[in-house]
Design a protein around this ligand. Structure first.
Ligand code: CAA
Length: 277
């Protein structure tokens, strides 16, 4: 959610302040990138604990970034971290943030699978509403998918493209279709890898090695599922399956369902397809 300027000044003005509702992995990552590129950010979530964890995550990730960027100048690196953190404020007052919404220029929604038009219809600012889809880990992944609905104005769509570029990302335009581009291709691929394993046609380890060394992916499908979160994978797939139950690409996987039912969500819980210390 971005607060810019009054509508007449919008076309020429760059977005300066970003309010992000949700301080999970994606929200914190977007906050980090926005703050690192000179925007002020308010990160909103329901509890101080979540927000503390989010800021700690941002700090940890910034340390990894500066280790490379300021390899020869650790002091400048520390200065950069402090400067970025100064750009981030936190709030548990969603009401106050919602109040700010009435003065907003644009509302952007980050979702992996929900239709942007469904979410837009709950607001009365359809022309100012669009989707931005970031990828995990946000500081490293260069792509942003930009989604306009039939009601999104050209001005809003242009602002989405410009904002993505201001964050140092490369935007691509997507239609408001399930999974946009990346997830529409990636999630069925990952699910088919799980089914391949379920059919006994390959071990998790071999499938991961095969896709890394044979197809050039940075992570194999099981590693990637654990990284993204099995709960997230299941949530996306269940949603699509509900809407299009006859599509075999969206068929559920027993193994995935079982792991999620056992609370094994991947890296974040210490166990998914693999175990983590
Ligand atoms: N913050 C800052 N830096 C990070 C980071 C983070 N969160 N994660 C990794 N890095 C940095 C590391 O510090 C490291 O830097 P150096 O090169 O200076 O050492 C560099 O990235 C490489 O990291 P690693 O050596 O730890 O491991 P890697 O080479 O495997 O890279 C990766 C990690 C960037 C995550 C890479 O494995 C990768 O690109 N994986 C695929 C990720 C992917 O496909 N994401 C999309 C998921 S789908 C999605 O997000 C959509 C959805 O809605 C579900």
């Amino acid at each position: 959610v971005c607060r810019g300027l009054s509508s007449s000044a919008v076309r020429a003005a760059a977005i300066k302040h970003v309010t992000i509702i949700g301080g999970g992995q994606m929200g914190a990552g977007i906050a980090q990138v926005a703050a690192s590129t000179g925007h002020t950010v308010t990160l909103v979530d329901t509890s101080d604990d979540i927000l503390k964890k989010a800021v700690k995550g941002i700090e940890g990730s910034l340390k990894r970034v500066v280790k490379k960027k300021f390899a020869d100048k650790p002091e400048a690196g520390e200065e950069f971290i402090q400067k970025v953190l100064q750009n981030v404020s936190v709030s548990t007052d969603a009401g106050a943030a919602a109040q700010t919404l009435s003065h907003l220029c644009f509302i952007y929604y980050n979702t992996s699978s929900l239709p942007i038009s469904d979410i837009a219809s709950s607001t009365n600012r359809l022309d100012r509403f669009g989707g931005l889809h970031f990828f995990n880990p946000v500081p490293m992944m260069k792509l942003v998918e930009v989604i306009g609905t039939s009601a999104t104005s050209q001005e809003t769509f242009d602002s989405l493209l410009n904002f993505s570029k201001a964050l140092g990302k490369t935007p691509v335009s997507c239609k408001d279709t399930p999974g946009f581009i990346v997830n529409r291709l990636l999630v069925p691929y990952v699910l088919e890898a799980i089914r391949l394993h379920e059919r006994g046609h390959g071990s998790k380890e071999d499938i991961d090695i095969a896709m890394k060394l044979g197809a050039g992916y940075p992570m194999g499908p099981f590693e990637l599922s654990d990284y993204v979160g099995l709960d997230t994978m299941k949530f996306i797939m269940d949603g699509w399956n509900e809407k299009d139950p006859d599509n075999p690409l969206f068929a559920p996987s027993e193994m995935l369902n079982k792991l999620v039912a056992e609370g094994k969500y991947g890296k974040k819980t210490g166990e998914g397809f693999y175990k983590y210390k």
